[in-house]
Design a protein around this ligand. Sequence first.
Ligand code: CA
Ligand code: CA
Ligand code: CA
Ligand code: CA
Length: 531
Amino acid sequence: MFEFKKYITVASTMLLSGIAMNAHAATATFNPATGVVNLPVVEVLSGSSSAFYSAQLQLSGNELQLVSASPVSAATGQRNVFDSDTAAIHIPSVLVGADDYYVKLKLVPGSNPLRFSLDQVVNNAFQGCPSFAAVGPVAGSCILSGTITSNVTLTKNIQWILSGGVYVGGDKTQSATLTINPGTKIFGQSGADYLWVRRGSKIMAEGTPDDPIVMSGPLQQEPGEWAGLVIAGNAPVNGCNAGVAVCEIPFEAITTEKFGGNNPADNSGVLKYVQILFAGAQVRPDEELNGLTLNGVGSGTIISHIHVHAGLDDGIEIFGGTAQMKYIVLTDVRDDSLDWTNGWRGRAQFVLIKQASDSGDRGIEADNNEVSHDSEPRAQPLLSNMTIIGRSGNAVQGILLRRGTGANIFNSVITGGFASCLRIDGASTYTNAGTIGSLSGELTIKNSFVNCTANFSNGDGSTFTVSDWFTAQSGNKATNPLLNGYLPNVGSPLITGGVAVGDAFFTTVDYAGAFKDGNDDWTEEWTFPFN
Ligand SMILES: [Ca+2]
Ligand SMILES: [Ca+2]
Ligand SMILES: [Ca+2]
Ligand SMILES: [Ca+2]
């Protein structure tokens, strides 16, 4: 529970205390004589862009007003971050005497000049476990278990340990918001441990480029050290009988948990700058928890800069809904890096998929519905700027489109050792796509590049060849993409190979693949080492 008044009091006392500060390691300093807070570097994150400023804030009552800001050159290392998505400033370090605090400011809506309120002030040293957690087994650790039914914040000064399934909220009752501060680390101990956000509740996991949130197993050596993160929402899913007013379905692995609804814009919160490492758990054959499982998650949810590494099952598995995401890194995943079923109608841009040398199934495994291939709403995500790299000797496909799925794929590259880059399977999938001379628009690929062991394979029920389908659409090329690792090399055809998607979610770029050029490695700094 967030006690605003207490924080204001603590913060004002802190700021006004007049204690001399050691500005050496701090990312912000306060001059008690003038009431000015100096932020030498603030990285402003806005959509796909990032800009750097120095800023000064004047203490005024319980708020801080922006008095000056001027551009500075890009900086690395620990720094302040303003996140436009959440209108929050994260200040990782303010020193007051011997104590080092994290401070979070929130922009006062509509303020001009800009004013900020104090949202959090947290000592960066361990201060004991809060009332909603138990004392953990090692110094500085606290245990989470059961169901969280009030708003709580997981802070960086504690090593959080999951014990069993930890749920946020009841299902559409006792709803709560779980805030996770930048730099916070959460560990599961076994395949029985997971974090699950139920319908109606929110996760506000807001890391920063230099201080990502980490959710991991204890050893960070093998997939399956813990189970993973699941978010359930109220966006539409398929799999119900025709005529059912609001389709809700049980999760395959834990069938008491339902998801889905009738709100495409449903908002489950924020996931930004989050690593999900060494997760995945098999509950029954073919029924698993994945690194990140999105069950009926809606488009109001902000998902960007997510790295799933070394997952036992899928990297991200999407069960219906309308979830949208940007800047996604899926590496060393044992099963499918991206997997969807039950009618996903979301969006994704800037996706790197890179398989381990010795394991990994498909890059993308795409179903509309396993049981009823024509179930509505039919899966039809918009996907752009994906770089999908298969391990050598992979016996399966880069992208398998099956069981009735639609999709609109733009500006992507599939390469490496996949048996085939692209495969379409099942009569309903072909029928939904249309014919080569008269494609329906429901299953398309444009401005994309393939270069695998074989490029195409034709599944059951084919009414055209995948080769003809690929060739009939604009901008596609079966050619070597000239990659250097996962980045395009000088002269790569990807660099000028892209086209505008024509949808407001997407950043307009003129290149194919996840990266503009050899200098555009947006995976730097915030990801777990994966190369
Ligand atoms: Ca799975
Ligand atoms: Ca799978
Ligand atoms: Ca699979
Ligand atoms: Ca699947």
